[in-house]
Unconditional design. Structure first.
Length: 124
């Protein structure tokens, strides 16, 4: 669990989450608005004024947990449905940038696998 590989995966995932999570409310990375049904979906979620800022805060908090090596097992389980939904959004709507979603989900799965002994009692 404390190998250099696991540390690299944890830090890389933490950096990705902090950068993209903070971008949800600071808007420092220009993101072209999606078109078609993907745009309709994002505009509907964005109209609430709640989802994206809250998701950004959650992603930054999980990223901080990973970078500070605090509550890592909790953070990666909390991230699992978020990373799966990011991937499904890109896959279902054909939005470019799916490689980032695949990377985040893959890194999350690696960390879940590395911490599996902590989750095994949940499935007994």
């Amino acid at each position: 669990m404390n190998s250099k590989f696991t540390m690299i995966v944890r830090i890389l995932l933490g950096i990705i989450l902090v950068v993209f999570g903070s971008n949800k409310f600071l808007h420092f990375i220009p993101m072209p608005p999606p078109s078609g049904s993907a745009g309709d979906f994002i505009n509907t979620l964005g109209a609430s004024g709640y989802i994206f800022p809250m998701l950004g805060v959650v992603e930054v908090c999980i990223g901080a947990m990973l970078l500070c090596k605090q509550w890592v097992p909790f953070g990666i389980i909390l991230l699992a449905p978020i990373s799966l939904n990011i991937l499904l959004y890109h896959a279902c709507f054909g939005v470019p940038g799916i490689w980032v979603a695949v990377l985040v989900l893959t890194l999350n799965i690696i960390l879940i696998y590395k911490h599996w002994r902590l989750y095994a009692p949940l499935f007994n």
